[in-house]
Structures are given as C-alpha cells and as structure tokens.
Ligand binder design. Sequence first.
Ligand code: ADP
Ligand code: MG
Length: 210
Amino acid sequence: MEHINVKSLVFEYPGEKELSFADFSLNAGENLLISGNSGSGKTTLLHLMAGLLTPEKGSVCYTGKDISIMDPGELDRFRGEHIGMIFQKHYFINGISVLENLKAARRFAGNKNGHAWLTTLMEQLEITHLTHKKPHQLSEGEQQRFSIARALANEPGWVLADEPTSSIDDRRCEQFVKLINQSLSDKKTSWIIATHDQRLKQYFNNIYPL
Ligand code: ADP
Ligand code: MG
C-alpha cells in the first residue's frame, strides 16, 4: 500500500535552534492534521515533506522512495504526479487565467485531458465565475479556493496543505471538509493539513501535535 514515512527528521534554519520532528507514518486512504501554535514548525515540516527544504538529518519516504536522494528533475516529476500543494503564500502563474493555471497543473502531471474534472472542481469550490480572471484579480479568499482547486487538478495521491482555511468563512470551511472527504473516497487523495484553525480539529481523528 502507498504510504508516507517520516523518520528522525531534523532541520535547522541558519542561526536558529534546531527543529526536530517526531516520527510518523501515514497510509494512503488516511488524512492527518498537523496542529500546533504559530512558530511550532508546521510550515517547515510541510516544506520538508514536499522536498522544498532539505533536512539536516532523517528522511521523508513516499512508499519507500526517499525524496532527499532524488535529483531535481526527478523530484519535480514526482511532485507533479503525486503531490498537490497548498501554500500559505500562493504561487500562481500570474500571466494566465485561473482555468489555464489549472490546466497547467494537469499538464505537469502528464494529463492533457480531464477538463470535466476541472469543471467539477471549480464548481465545488465556487470559482466557476472566476474562470477567465487572472490570479492577481482574485480576493484573498478566492485565491485560497483557487489554490485548493489547483492542488487537486492533477488528482494527486497526497495533498500537503498549509493553513488552507485561513481566509475561508465557516460555510465554505464546512464545504472544504466535505471536499476533503469526497476526494479521499473518489480520488484516493490523502490530505496532510497543517493548521492552527480550531474549526478543523473536530473533523479529524488522526492528529499530529507539534
Ligand atoms: P509554523 O508554520 O508552525 O508557524 P514555521 O515552520 O514557519 O512554524 O517556523 C518554525 C520556526 O522556524 C519558528 O521559530 C520560525 O521563526 C523559524 N523560521 C521559519 N522560517 C524561517 C526562516 N526562513 N529563517 C529563520 N527562521 C525561520
Ligand atoms: Mg506556518
């Protein structure tokens, strides 16, 4: 079975005290909530899991594959195919529309088709009316929903989400939780969510405290 294994992970920003993370593993078909106060290391852990930071010690393995020993090209392809990311700061391709951004995310995964899936996603996240807008024309909350759509565009096995609900109201927060559960059952997407949003805690039984 597909799984993630995080082991003996240690990271140090230059001149800062060392951050170490308790071991954990996660099987496909399970979600995980990484919870902790601001500054506890949630973003750092997600960036280590995405291979955007390299650990001092320890490893992050996806079904036995250690991402720290992949070369940059291999890591890019691996991310494009298997991982969706929702960052605290959003990184979109600004010159092209919302829809073109979603299509680009699918192309990185080698999927040229799948327009129906993108249409469904945009409907579920209530961004259909924004299809032809450019990312910078979206409000903070719209950008966050767009960011969630983009992370799911390539139908990844894993989504790494950093504070995905920080700009989302209560009603849309509940819809988001529904989407999480639906994508787990329909698309076999497992979610790893780092958050200090107390609203999310009630929906998860698998919690990793930092
Ligand atoms: P969280 O996401 O839980 O708020 P972070 O992972 O962002 O926590 O930060 C963990 C710790 O590392 C904090 O003490 C923070 O100040 C520090 N830190 C984060 N990013 C940097 C950086 N680029 N340079 C130096 N220290 C950093
Ligand atoms: Mg953070």
